[in-house]
Design a protein around this ligand. Structure first.
Ligand code: P6P
Length: 342
């Protein structure tokens, strides 16, 4: 059996998938290609971070999240903003690194159809210790008429309205994983040719797994439902492959990507110190939820609410986040329901 040795690049696959949308003008395809270009630029900087001391460390600034901005956060934010504005396909973005929406008011952008929510460099506190980090993006059509400046209401759409979503993981290899609603597809960056090459055509996450990802340092602040679920994960039960394994990198993209491939659950629940949760709905939870569902997984807030159906009320809104293998999320929700008043 001849094995095709043809390399399919990101752009080729995007255009192939575009044919599934008969009325597509190619704008989304071009937009995804621009995101791929920005990812290559950021990847180059992230991979050399250890060599360019000037790019390591903090930018002596606190972002809207109250978090110390890393220099690479700022670099990644600026790189994606430039690439998205240069595309002429995006009328504005909501970024973790910017308090307010960034409006593109040049004529081409004003007339464009798309908006992007983005976490330019998620998990960036890990950069200086060489742990995988990622970019997470979510693409919607604007709801205000073209030709005028985009407004915040364009960004407060439920995740079910996403046109596309994806992440880039800057890890032992750099990958771009995205969906347009036709399954979750992964590309691995080949630096020798400077291209993202198809490596995971149709990613399907196992219905169950043996990995749970949560910051157990917050245990004392967890709702009792989470504590009881963790106890369930740690109990001996050969029939159901328990005890599970705890794996937590502290970088959502890295934890999610591993669980997507191997099966597992990632949980960032509400805690006493983060009563609404920590992760941001617009540019962390919604895009990851879209990818999870397209791969056969689930993404909820732990209380039976599908993440993608949550109506956003603010740009940097935080939610409780449970995502990964379907059966593991459902089991965790059973405990959350049983102990919901504790
Ligand atoms: P903690 C990174 O800041 C992030 O948003 C996710 O990438 C990561 O999973 C989580 O927060 C880590 O948070 O509180 O466990 O350090």
């Amino acid at each position: 059996m001849s094995v095709s040795s043809k390399i399919l690049t990101l752009n080729e696959v995007i255009i192939q998938k575009q044919s599934a949308f008969p009325y597509a003008k190619g704008d989304l395809s071009r937009l995804l290609s621009h995101i791929g270009l920005a990812a290559k630029i950021v990847n180059s900087k992230v991979n050399k971070a250890g060599l360019e001391i000037s790019i390591l460390g903090t930018a002596d600034n606190i972002n809207v999240q109250g978090e110390s901005q890393q220099k690479l956060d700022v670099y990644a934010d600026e790189t994606f903003i430039k690439a998205l504005q240069a595309s002429g396909l995006v009328c504005g973005i909501a970024s973790e690194e910017n308090d307010e929406i960034v409006i593109f008011d040049d004529d081409l952008s004003l007339d464009s159809d798309y908006i992007v929510c983005i976490d330019p460099l998620d998990g960036s506190s890990n950069i200086d210790v060489n742990v995988s980090v990622g970019t997470i993006f979510s693409i919607f059509r604007r709801i205000t008429p073209a030709g005028q400046k985009v407004s915040t209401e364009d960004f407060l759409q439920p995740g079910t309205k996403q046109i596309a979503a994806g992440y880039v993981i800057y890890g032992s290899s750099t990958m771009l994983v995205y969906t347009t609603g036709l399954g979750t597809t992964g590309f691995t960056y080949d630096p020798s040719i400077g291209e993202f090459c198809l490596s995971h055509y149709f990613m399907v996450t196992p219905k169950t797994g043996k990995i749970y990802s949560i910051n157990e340092g917050n245990y004392s602040k967890f709702p009792n439902g989470v504590k009881q679920y963790l106890k369930y994960c740690q109990e001996e039960d050969k029939g159901s492959d328990r005890p599970y394994t705890s794996r937590y990198i502290g970088s959502l993209v890295a934890d999610f990507h591993r669980n997507l491939l191997k099966g597992g659950i990632y949980i960032y629940p509400k805690t006493a110190s983060a009563p609404k949760g920590k992760l941001r709905l617009l540019y962390e939870c919604n895009p990851v939820a879209f990818l999870a569902e397209q791969a056969g997984g689930l993404a909820t807030d732990g209380y039976g609410n599908r993440v993608m159906e949550i109506q956003p009320t603010s740009l940097h809104q935080r939610i409780s986040f449970f995502t990964g293998s379907k059966n593991m999320v459902l089991k965790a929700e059973e405990f959350m329901e049983k102990y919901k008043d504790e």
